[in-house]
Design a protein around this ligand. Sequence first.
Ligand code: NAD
Length: 351
Amino acid sequence: MRASIAVLGGDGIGPEVVAEAVRVLEAIGQRSGHDFSLQAAPFGGIAIDQFGTGLPDQTRELCLAADAVLLGAIGGPSWGPAAPVRPEPALLELRRLLGVYANLRPIQVHPALRDASVIKPEVLEGVDLLFVRELTGGIYFGRKTRDADSATDECRYSVTEIERITRVAGRLAMTRRRQIVQIDKSNVLATSKLWREVSERVIHAEFPDVQIEHMFVDAAAMHLIRRPRDFDVLLTENLFGDILTDEAAMLSSSLGLLPSASLGDGRRGLYEPIHGSAPDIAGQGIANPIGTILSAALLLRHSLGLEAEAQRIEAAVAAAISSGARTADLANGTGATLGTRQMGDAVLAEL
Ligand code: NAD
């Protein structure tokens, strides 16, 4: 197959971790006979320095013409709150441009890394979660007001917005344990009541084999830590998803391990590790590239339909970890550690 992939390294450790994912994609392409055209473009702080905007025209056009976009991370102290132009709006703009409203975050815990998590190893056994978070609506995008005495943030969701993301969750649940927990605060919020009604209706009508259960966000926050293996697909709105996915990331031993995919109605998606640009370790060649390599696997699965190739990358990552490959964030201060490039080599060796 032929596919064009836009590659946005971004800032800090972004280009370092993306370079390893690119090597893995190239290796998979060569071995499986696929022709992947990987084209890099400036994005984020580095683009602000060069072009005065975080999303220059050529990057915008490349992403719109691509089958998928692979992103590292953006931001850093050079573009802090006092900077005249900040990188974060460029990411919101890119998501809007690509129409990606569904953010997928799979979380599994490799058996060899259970001891490295802050959670007890026996609680982590068998954890396999998939968050489906609404990404382009809700309180982050609502009307905001501010006067001397008060401020407001409006939270609004339409039936259509809830229907389309529920369908994404339903389709994904069909490939897994067929269980969705929809998370809200419907005892107090009108938008949450709508989420409950609409998600229930869509799943019953269109995915009769999938079970849907509803849970208040405060209870979900507790159960995620107490009995995470009971969850399969977790469907939730933007704000709750933002918080719960970071909480759930702590089940895994390092932020550096976790991938994400953002999808819309078509096949094109945006794929990035969940971590940021990690300015504290940027330029040292020690960042963990696994979250980005696993994001490349999600890209093959969701945008290119290459399930077997995606599984080969995931198996290679698991095998590298099983055989003891550890970047500094995974090593817990013990044993020899690998740099970013060497971790990429370890995954490539397993491929
Ligand atoms: P961060 O995720 O960059 O780093 C948090 C901690 O985790 C740091 O100690 C870092 O060294 C470590 N870490 C992160 N990724 C790692 C990896 N792959 N390997 C090893 N260690 C890793 O979060 P932060 O420090 O809060 O934010 C730094 C910058 O990143 C900020 O400018 C923030 O706005 C930006 N950010 C960007 C994105 C994005 O691009 N989507 C997401 C989150 C944060």
